[in-house]
Write a protein that binds this ligand. Structure first.
Ligand code: AGP
Length: 640
């Protein structure tokens, strides 16, 4: 997903922008660019492709000085990846440069109107329309032309004769952005600079995150705190409709929707080191190996053995309100949706609350009936997934409480929810979610205990699960020690064309997750399925070339799952079984076995996930795939 970085201060902007864009690469992109204000012009450098091969080389051969600039990594939504479609985009005169995340839904209507007024466009992007709209509004405020004569080239034009860099122009730039945004339908996170106001940067947000970093006599703007944590931990998260005017030593905030903006200074919880790869070959491997620690972080301070429960500080619901919940809807996307399925099993078993799992994007639009005390719970690592944010807003619109389990502190979903629980997994840079998923499961297990103990869950059963949760970090460490065995298995199967991942009960969602991990980083087609469901059709696909990963721990479904496994074996399908350590029978029917430490049935999902993450990782590496930045994918999908 696109990334934004902006800088205004005493240092050279170019290296800061380039470093920030490199820290945004993990989000997925296809082109990158910068605009830097000069005393008399805006200098634009932008290129399709990866930063190292494109933009970085361009800045090397054609460097740009200046202390004010904006940068962007683009994940194409409107218009193919190309130099001309890369950001920054310019207005009709070349005086104003814009970088933008999000989708302008009414861009075509606006574009046609601007074309009728003489505007000429050079790209296929909605962002260029936004730039021209801002330029048009600015021209009206400064009584200057909004476009150049057809002959003139629009490349960072020099400052207009009548205008000069003074407060009027700075105020006019902000006003022009506000006037333009009032005409926009859609989502935006944007930063704007103008040659007439060389010490001003304007940024705004609606539905796509924008963060201001506060430095010493300098400010940063970004869509993702990873890009600026090396410079400052003091940040302000913009809310929807906020518009900020930033100068080297100060910034002002206003809100298009209300009279005043609510400015809260926060401190980033993580360090620059947390967001670095260190000695690991990939972020994904680092994050898989971090899981003993990140599960520990999720548990820390929340296990209450005295009261035989788990405790949270941010649910913002009284015990009576929590007891009163008559139905829970868990909405999420992708890997988080798989976590929601595990949450359904946990909360229904331990708290006896009816739970329904919804794809966030479905919940928003299918107008499902909600009982009086139905509560929505959304799960999101990034806290910015547009589908999931829309589900949260829909529940609130209908008058229902919306809780969230989120990893990124201060993210939009975290701030707009009525209460919630942080995962504390630290920055997750790999596009394929790993540690955040297991941390979500950890939090869901604790939430199920918390809700259960407000109802009929016996203390004895709760204590059994709390103690088992405490053992999870050590058990994950034990699983990670099988890395070599899993790597060898991955090499053996790296060139399979199709995979099945099968499970039942608590491990059925993990079968889905294992399949997603494999396909999203190795590009091998993989299907997660209920082991019981195979005999109702999909088993037709089993042959000697189609390996099946079977999740068959010694749980209440073991005998039935073994019977399902026998059906696959009878058709000569190769079998890789994840089975409980000490299971002798499995060795007779599976081609390969990965051992799981004995655990409570409801906690096997936290353990079985880890070998599947490693399996997918090693297959992808074996196939030479870009593990951390898989093709077509984005870390946070901020468009619907
Ligand atoms: C996970 O491996 C995927 N990259 C993707 O499915 C992700 O889980 C989904 O987009 C939801 O993201 P979120 O948890 O940040 O909301």
């Amino acid at each position: 997903m696109c990334g934004i970085i902006g800088y205004i201060g005493k240092k050279a902007a170019s290296p800061i922008l380039l470093e920030g864009l490199r820290r945004l690469e993990y989000r997925g992109y296809d082109s990158a660019g910068v605009a830097i204000a000069q005393p008399q012009s805006l200098e634009i450098r932008k290129r399709k492709g990866k930063i190292d091969e494109g933009l970085a080389r361009l800045l090397q051969t054609s460097p740009v000085q200046g202390q004010l600039g904006i940068g962007h990594t683009r994940w194409a939504t409107h218009g193919v990846p190309s130099d001309k479609n890369s950001h920054p985009q310019l207005d009709g005169t070349g005086r104003i440069a814009v970088v933008h995340n999000g989708v302008i839904e009414n861009y075509d209507f606006l574009k046609q109107r601007l074309i009728r007024n003489g505007h000429v466009f050079t790209s296929d992007t909605d962002t260029e329309v936004l730039a021209h709209l801002i330029g048009d509004a600015y021209a009206k405020l400064t009584e200057q032309p909004a476009t150049l004569p057809k002959s003139a080239a629009r490349h960072g034009k020099s400052r207009s004769q009548t205008a000069n860099a003074n407060d009027d122009n700075q105020g006019r730039l902000t006003q022009a952005v506000c006037n333009a945004l009032r005409e926009v339908i859609g989502t935006y996170g944007l930063a704007v600079i103008c040659v007439d106001a060389p010490d001003t940067m304007v940024c705004a947000r609606r539905g796509s995150p924008i963060i201001i970093g506060i430095g010493d006599g300098e400010h940063f703007v970004t869509s993702d705190a990873n890009a600026i944590v090396a410079h400052t931990k003091k940040v302000v998260y913009l809310n929807d409709y906020d518009v900020a005017t930033i100068r080297p030593g100060q910034f002002d905030m206003q809100n298009l929707g209300t009279d005043t903006a609510n400015v809260q200074i926060s401190n980033l919880e993580f360090s620059q080191e947390d967001a670095q790869r260190g000695r690991h070959a990939h972020f994904m491997l680092k994050e898989i190996l971090e899981q003993p620690q990140t599960v520990q972080n999720a548990l820390r301070g929340r296990l209450d053995f005295e009261a035989a429960t788990a405790k949270f500080g941010g649910l913002n619901m009284s015990a009576a309100e929590l007891r009163g919940i008559d139905r829970l809807i868990i909405a999420a996307s992708g890997t988080s949706w798989h976590a929601a399925l595990v949450g359904e099993y946990l909360i229904e078993e331990l708290a006896q609350i009816p739970v329904e799992v919804e794809f966030a994007h479905e919940f928003c639009y299918r107008n499902c009936p909600l009982e009086k005390n139905t509560v929505l719970l959304v799960l999101s690592q990034s806290g910015e997934t547009a589908d999931t944010l829309a589900a949260l807003r829909e529940a609130k619109r209908r008058g229902h409480r919306a809780l969230a389990i989120v990893n990124v502190v201060g993210s939009t979903i975290a701030r707009e929810s009525d209460g919630g629980i942080y995962m504390h997994a630290g920055p997750e840079i790999g596009v394929a979610s790993t540690k955040a998923f297991v941390s979500t499961l950890t939090v869901l297990a604790m939430l199920a205990i918390h809700l259960g103990r407000l109802r009929n869950l016996p203390a004895k059963r709760a204590l059994e699960i709390l103690h088992a949760l405490q053992a999870i970090p050590g058990q994950i460490q034990e699983l990670l020690s099988q890395g070599r065995h899993i790597k060898q298995l991955a090499a053996h199967y790296a060139h399979a064309k199709d995979f099945f991942f099968l499970g039942r009960g608590y491990t059925f969602p993990i079968a889905l997750e294992g399949a997603l991990k494999l396909k999203e980083i190795s590009y091998i087609h993989a299907e997660g399925y209920s082991a019981a469901e195979m005999k109702h059709g999909p088993i037709a696909l089993i042959d000697e070339q189609t390996p099946t990963v079977f999740l068959v721990p010694q749980d209440s479904m073991y005998d039935k799952t073994m019977a399902n496994l026998a059906m696959i074996r009878a058709r000569k399908g190769p079998i890789i079984a994840l089975a409980t350590k000490g299971d002798k029978a499995i060795k007779k029917v599976a081609d390969h076995v990965i051992e799981l430490p004995p655990a409570l049935e409801c906690l096997y999902p936290l353990l079985a996930t880890v070998p599947l993450q490693l399996f997918a990782y090693h297959i992808a590496v074996n196939r030479g795939c870009d593990v951390d930045k898989p093709r077509n994918l984005a870390k946070s999908v901020t468009v619907q």
